[in-house]
Write a protein that binds this ligand. Structure first.
Ligand SMILES: *[C@@H]1O[C@H](CO)[C@@H](O)[C@H](O)[C@H]1NC(C)=O
Length: 335
């Protein structure tokens, strides 16, 4: 294009965001900055969405300053995105500040702060804000319920969570979604009420997905309940190769209770299915640069330093008496 305005740049940045290529979106945003074209609020929302997904606090703060300097006209959506960025970067107090200073709030603003509190472990506040939003006349939607339910399960508030789940149907007349069933399974699982968790899984109107099965399986491990884990196996098989991480979990459960045969059977199933372990990518931002890494990664330029530091930390842990969970039976994460 001979001429590129804010709209063209924003379309490009936004396109990368839509496809989930957040790093590239940020790279093109930097190009845009270099080209001297001023971003508008649509660009800013796209950039903030990338920041939230990558956990890039530095850039988030920079954008926030840009908004405060009135170079970008602030609006509700930008503020909602800021709440989300700070929450995902673990700075929930910043989220709270943005939320409290907002003149106009929408359901999305409330959802962002509730989910933010829930995912940062501030369960009490999540529940408090869930109640507040209703006092202020906002109708909670699917997302609000998910946030509040997740908060209940993190805080171990089983009865409160179950009541909330009831309210979704009886008061709000919405049919709960799989996320909500997942939260209830998680509620029971964390409380050690594994049979009740299984009961929910077997009676929910939709097929359980790997997240739902995963929370009960994890609890089977905590409570060393191989029997129940085996009964979950059928549900796992129905999911097919997509539930690779749960196979690993199941195999670890067997190993944890010393049933090597069971562990070997599961491992063989993993092979037969051709299950590929998808590496979970983590990312960290240092000086506005995003570094991505997976388990056992040695591709980083500073890999020597990183591993030296890891060894250092392990040594410290051991000398201060921390004994690693004995995961000799775990599938090697570094394969
Ligand atoms: C957005 O948040 C800022 C504080 O960060 C506030 O001054 C502004 O009024 C908010 N805008 C709206 C539309 O709520």
């Amino acid at each position: 294009m001979p001429e590129r305005g804010a709209v063209s740049w924003t379309a490009l940045v936004g396109g990368f965001v839509k496809k989930g290529h957040f790093e590239q979106a940020l790279e093109w945003f930097l190009e845009m900055q270099l080209s001297g074209v001023e971003p508008d609020y649509v660009t800013i929302i796209a950039v903030l969405s990338s920041c939230a997904n990558l956990g890039t606090l530095g850039l988030g703060l920079w954008v926030h300053r840009l908004v405060l300097s009135k170079k970008i006209k602030d609006n509700v959506q930008i503020n909602n995105s800021l709440i989300d960025v700070y929450a995902r970067c673990g700075c929930i107090e910043f989220s709270r500040q943005v939320f409290e200073k907002m003149k106009i709030r929408t359901v999305v603003s409330w959802n962002s702060i509730i989910v933010g509190f829930a995912m940062n472990g501030n369960a009490e506040e999540a529940i408090e804000f869930f109640k507040l939003m209703q006092i202020e006349g906002f109708k909670p939607d699917m997302v609000s319920f998910t946030g509040a339910l997740a908060a209940c399960s993190h805080a171990g508030l089983v009865d409160e969570g179950l009541m909330l789940f009831d309210v979704i149907m009886s008061v709000h007349r919405i049919s709960p979604r799989i996320e909500h069933y997942g939260c209830v399974v998680d509620l029971y699982s964390r409380a050690g009420r594994l049979e009740e968790a299984l009961n929910v899984i077997e009676n929910m109107p939709m097929k359980p997905n790997e997240v739902v099965l995963g929370s009960l399986l994890a609890a089977c491990r905590t409570y060393r309940n191989v029997n129940l884990a085996e009964r979950l196996m059928n549900h796992l098989l129905e999911l097919g190769p997509s539930s690779d991480s749960n196979y690993v979990l199941l195999s670890n459960i067997y190993a944890a209770v010393g049933s090597w045969d069971g562990a070997n059977i599961v491992r063989k199933k993993i092979k037969d299915f051709g299950v590929q372990k998808k590496p979970g990518i983590s990312s960290i931002e240092i000086d506005c640069d995003v570094h991505e890494f997976v388990a056992g990664d040695r591709s980083h330029v500073d890999t020597e330093h990183i591993y030296a530091m890891l060894e250092c930390m392990q040594l410290e842990l051991r000398t201060s008496g921390y004994i690693p969970e004995s995961n000799v039976g775990d599938l090697c994460e570094y394969d």
